[in-house]
Design a protein around this ligand. Sequence first.
Ligand code: AMP
Ligand code: MG
Length: 433
Amino acid sequence: MTTHNEFSRCVAQYDPHALPVSAAQAITRQWATPVTAVERVALRDALDRVLAVDIVSPIDVPSHVNSAMDGYAFNGVALRSGAQSVELTVVGKALAGHPFDGHVGAAQCVRVMTGACVPEGCDTVVPQELVERNADSASIMFAADAVEAGANRRLAGEDLARGHVALHAGRVIRASDLGLLASLGIGEINVRRRLRVAFFSTGDELRSVGEPLDPGAVYDSNRYTLFAMLRRLNVEALDLGVIRDEPAALEAALRSAAESADVVLTSGGVSVGEADFTRQLLQTFGDVAFWSLAMRPGRPLAFGRVWSGEHPGLGRPALFFGLPGNPVAVMVTFYQIVREVLLLMSGVASQPLPLIHAASLRPIRKRAGRTEFQRGIACQAANGQWQVTPTGSQSSGVLSSMSEANCFIVLGHEEGDIGEGERVSIMLFHGLI
Ligand code: AMP
Ligand code: MG
């Protein structure tokens, strides 16, 4: 078990008030211990689950040499006679699921359909459109250079060889994998249990959907955004509602969240005005690694661990991310910091999100010394090059900028102002959000 000190020490070489994003990603990843419990599920329930163990193929797929074409199967030796055309006697027929049982001699062939077993004595299939059939249908003729020996057959084990790893542990099961497992005759697989993530919002100003909005109040949108982002990752999301800005309520919520979840996400209560209070509270029954990132939006972001007991080390621990309250900052910190940790804890092999280059169609103001994730609208020009325009408002409270955008414009820690036409990196929302 890691101690309180070990937890806080991981940031010792950095300024804990302005940790670079790359350092925060490295530190949080370090604490991402995968869940170990395994569940056995039927194939259809395995979609989007994380494979717990390698799948070794119990059979060859295909299990027998079969034809890739509708045509005629024969022994390729017939092509080597030196004659310009080849004539073969048709001695039978093989369909998918209905093999031809006899032996096929040197000057003979068998009519085959796609997927039919290639009969004994044959190793080559000539497609039917390259063949002339004699009037009595008893023999065929085709040019000797129409096919090469060995052509148009699928070898046994060509798709999946028996005894080889067909799918590796840590893989998120997708549509092709379900089909692949079925092709191996596998009807159930072992997957990791889903990660449990509890989340709640904090703030006396927050109202839930359905409640009246009194002056100064705002509807709680973060719980819906978080619910959706968690759903996309196929984790078990536990919505603990809105917690008022009261130490006792917050402590009770955090401790009970630690009791039932692997990870606790909160939003709000970590910005400058409220941070000290939350930090002090957390230190009584948790560990705090960092509080503030050199990142925009998302400067206030707390990371640590909470325990279900009364002191650090007592009860059950859960990783804790105190996300900012501002709705855009919630999404940015989730995708840039939290997502990877949740995937790793779910048992998924790490997958950094792809960045692509785009020309910025507007100048962008950027201060060196922090990483910025601006919202952008990207499209591909006629020549295939990506171009991007920042959305109008980049305020971290303007959630409509996330709905309007289709990418993050990722401006690196060291980067300064960007001129019109200059190259920037973008991260597309497609497949992510
Ligand atoms: P805080 O980090 O608590 O200081 O909140 C920063 C800003 O985000 C404030 O304007 C809050 O009203 C707003 N905010 C906090 N939580 C939420 C929420 N769950 N939904 C919508 N806005 C929020
Ligand atoms: Mg607040």
